[in-house]
Design a protein around this ligand. Structure first.
Ligand code: NAD
Length: 353
């Protein structure tokens, strides 16, 4: 199993180094893993003047999975737009056809006080949002701003082809099968034709997954239910714009940005795995970043691309164990726990493994 390792910028190299330690433990215990590192983002620009160097893209395409740290930093903000680190990230997602974005919102009981919601509402929260990533009103044509009847109008087109809905629905049902077998499709079919089609196609796909309990919810209600009673959800599947908003809402239920992993998958479950946070230039190079989101991204990689469920569970159990031991990086530190560095947290996870 070939894994492309792209540390990126800022805290990227520090957190990815901890995830690589975890991968090396799995390899020494028998998983056949081949890791190869390449620059992306600002590091790519520094190396060869391109935020997505040709060689990096080729490596990513030739690998089974990609592990990414984060990209970006103030020193790159004045570069021309196509040279900026974020362009490298957008391009690699597009080039790899990563149309399904998986964002778990998982809250360990030990961290329940980090949420702005009452602990009993969020403790033990474990939901997965599957967001379609390459269609919808963000990409639909026509779009623009023009003058009509003497005033400017702005317009975008919400558009989904049934094949686009079908493929992301398959991903979501597949994930529901690996989890609690409950899927909630979120749309606005009472108002939007695009959503009406979305719902019809999801219902068609559901016939292939008789074990999964499918439900439907309008997006406004879903936004409300996520803060009212988030634990009612297992897997949510939704379009690009609704998913953009709901996945940010869901991630904040947990209150700790340094804990959340993500995956972006193509039609063959090949994927790019990364923490949801950015390169955190304010703490880069200080060995204080939280590496757990990146380590948990490796767990997702084991589960969704490499089909190594036992390894995924082993990593997740190790993370739970270090939290139960009271170890915390600065971002999740509270009185009565033990503050540790980024590398010490990585070592603790390795020990727990
Ligand atoms: P950020 O996520 O990097 O940081 C926001 C805050 O959270 C900061 O205070 C940071 O110190 C903290 N934080 C983030 N990750 C942490 C971790 N693992 N451990 C401890 N604390 C952590 O967002 P930002 O400050 O808005 O952006 C910084 C740079 O990252 C920008 O250049 C931005 O473009 C880029 N960015 C990249 C990605 C990505 O690579 N996927 C995503 C978002 C932002």
């Amino acid at each position: 199993m070939k894994i492309a390792v792209l540390p990126g910028d800022g805290i990227g190299p520090e957190i990815v180094a901890q995830a690589v330690k975890v991968l090396k433990v799995l390899a020494s215990d028998g998983l056949k893993l081949e890791l190869q590192e390449a620059p992306i983002g600002g590091a790519g620009f520094d190396a060869v003047g391109d935020p997505l160097p040709e060689a990096t893209l080729a490596l990513a395409k030739a690998s089974d999975a990609v592990l990414l740290g984060a990209v970006g930093g103030p020193q790159y903000d004045s570069l021309p737009r196509d040279k900026r680190p974020e362009r490298g990230l957008l391009r690699i997602r597009k080039e790899m056809n990563l149309f399904a974005n998986l964002r778990p919102a998982l809250l360990y009981p030990e961290l329940a006080s980090a949420s702005t919601l009452r602990p009993e509402v969020v403790a033990g929260l474990d939901i997965m949002i599957v967001r379609e990533l390459t269609g919808d009103v963000y990409f639909g044509q026509p779009r623009g701003i023009e003058t009509r009847n003497g005033e400017r109008v702005g317009f975008n087109t919400m558009l989904y082809a049934e094949s686009e809905v079908r493929r992301v629905a398959h991903v979501a049902f597949g994930i529901a099968m690996k989890r609690g077998k409950k899927l909630c499709s979120v749309e606005k079919a009472n108002v939007l034709e695009c959503s009406e089609l979305w719902k019809e196609v999801v219902i068609e796909v559901a016939k292939e997954y008789p074990e999964v309990a499918l439900s439907h919810m309008y997006v406004d209600n879903a936004a409300m239910q996520l803060v009212r009673n988030p634990k009612q959800f297992d897997v949510i599947v939704t379009g690009n714009i609704f998913g953009d908003i709901l996945s940010d809402e869901a991630s904040m239920l947990t209150g700790s940005i340094g804990m959340l992993a993500s995956a972006s998958l193509d039609a063959n479950n090949k994927g790019l795995y990364e923490p949801i946070h950015g390169s955190a230039p304010d703490i880069a190079g200080k060995n204080v970043a939280n590496p757990l989101a990146t380590i948990l991204s490796v767990a997702m990689m084991m589960r969704y691309t490499l089909n190594q469920e036992a390894s995924a569970q082993r990593i997740e159990a190790a993370v739970k164990k270090v939290l139960a031991q009271g170890l915390r990086t600065a971002d999740i530190y509270t009185d009565g726990t033990k503050k540790v560095s980024c590398s010490a947290m990585g070592d603790a996870v390795v020990a727990a493994l």
